[in-house]
Design a protein around this ligand. Structure first.
Ligand code: NAD
Length: 353
């Protein structure tokens, strides 16, 4: 498997270095993996004038998977829009046709105090939000702002075709098969025709997955249930806009941004794997960043693009061990635990592997 590694900006290079060390350790144990680095984001703008240069495009397209740190920082905030680092991120997602975003929200028992919710509500949380990423009202046409009857009106189009719904549904059902075999599809079918179709297609699709239990929930109720009783969910699948909101809500249940991985997949399980957090310019270059979200993103890559569940679990188990040993980077530190930096955390994961 060929992996394109894009460290990016800010803490990106520091956290990617630790994930790469973990993958190298697995390679020395027989994992067949080749890694090559390229530029994305602000560093790419500095070097080439564009955030997603051609050399990076070529490498990303040819690779089987992409591992990304994070992009952006104050240095590039005032550039014209096409040159902003975030454009590089949107560019690569579009270029690789990544339509499925997978964001697990896992709360390790050792980190239960990081959540703002009561321990009995969140301890042991392990849910996966599957969000459609390339359709819905965010991309629907026509759209715009115009003058009508002497005032401005703004409008957008919420639209999904059944093939778009079916392919994201498949990702959710397949993911559920690797987990607790339950999918909750979130819609607003009482008001929106688009999501009536969404529900109809999910029900049709469920016939292909008799081993997976399908349930449905309206999005307003889902928002409430996620904070009231989040452990009731296994896999949640929803459209782009609802998923945007619910995936952020779900990730915050855990309280620790430095722990959350993510995956964005295409139709062939080629994926882009990255931590859910940004480039953290406030701590960049100081060796303080938590590398675990990136290491766990590499584990997701092993699971979804390499189809190597054993290797994925080996990395995840190593991370759990390190937490159980009481090691914490600053973002997850609490009284009674040992504060370590990026490198030392990486060393501990390697030792636990
Ligand atoms: P951020 O996620 O970078 O940081 C928010 C807070 O969390 C900061 O205090 C930071 O120090 C902390 N934090 C984040 N990751 C951490 C880690 N691994 N270990 C320890 N602490 C961590 O969000 P922000 O400050 O809003 O954005 C900073 C820059 O990142 C901006 O330029 C933004 O555009 C960019 N950004 C990039 C991505 C991405 O590349 N996918 C996502 C979000 C933001």
């Amino acid at each position: 498997m060929k992996v394109c590694v894009l460290p990016g900006d800010g803490i990106g290079p520091e956290i990617i270095a630790e994930a790469v060390r973990v993958l190298e350790a697995l390679r020395s144990d027989g994992l067949k993996i080749e890694m090559e680095q390229a530029l994305l984001g602000g560093g790419a703008v500095d070097a080439t004038g564009t955030p997603y240069p051609e050399a990076s495009q070529k490498l990303a397209r040819e690779a089987d998977a992409v591992l990304l740190g994070a992009v952006g920082g104050p240095k590039w905030d005032n550039l014209p829009r096409p040159q902003r680092p975030e454009r590089g991120l949107l560019g690569i997602r579009k270029d690789l046709e990544l339509f499925a975003n997978l964001r697990p929200a896992i709360l390790y028992p050792e980190l239960v105090n990081a959540s703002t919710l009561k321990p009995e509500v969140v301890a042991g949380l392990d849910i996966l939000i599957v969000r459609e990423l390339t359709g819905d009202i965010y991309f629907g046409e026509p759209r715009g702002i115009e003058q009508r009857d002497g005032q401005r009106v703004g409008w957008n189009t919420m639209i999904y075709s059944e093939s778009e719904i079916r392919r994201i549904g498949k990702v959710a059902f397949e993911a559920a098969r690797r987990r607790d075999k339950r999918v909750c599809s979130v819609d607003k079918m009482n008001v929106l025709e688009t999501t009536q179709l969404w529900r109809d297609v999910m029900i049709e699709l469920a016939a292909d997955y008799p081993d997976v239990e399908l349930s449905h929930m309206l999005v307003d109720n889902a928002a409430m249930q996620l904070v009231k009783a989040p452990k009731q969910f296994d896999v949640v699948v929803t459209g782009n806009m609802f998923g945007d909101i619910l995936s952020d809500e779900a990730s915050m249940l855990t309280g620790s941004i430095g722990m959350l991985p993510s995956a964005s997949l295409d139709a062939n399980n080629k994926g882009l794997y990255e931590p859910s957090h940004g480039s953290a310019p406030d701590i960049a270059g100081k060796g303080l960043a938590n590398p675990l979200a990136t290491i766990l993103s590499a584990a997701m890559m092993l699971r979804y693009s390499f189809d190597n569940e054993a290797a994925a679990q080996r990395v995840e188990t190593a991370v759990k061990k390190v937490l159980a040993q009481g090691l914490r980077t600053g973002d997850i530190w609490e009284e009674g635990t040992r504060r370590v930096g990026t490198r030392e955390m990486g060393d501990a994961v390697l030792a636990a592997l």
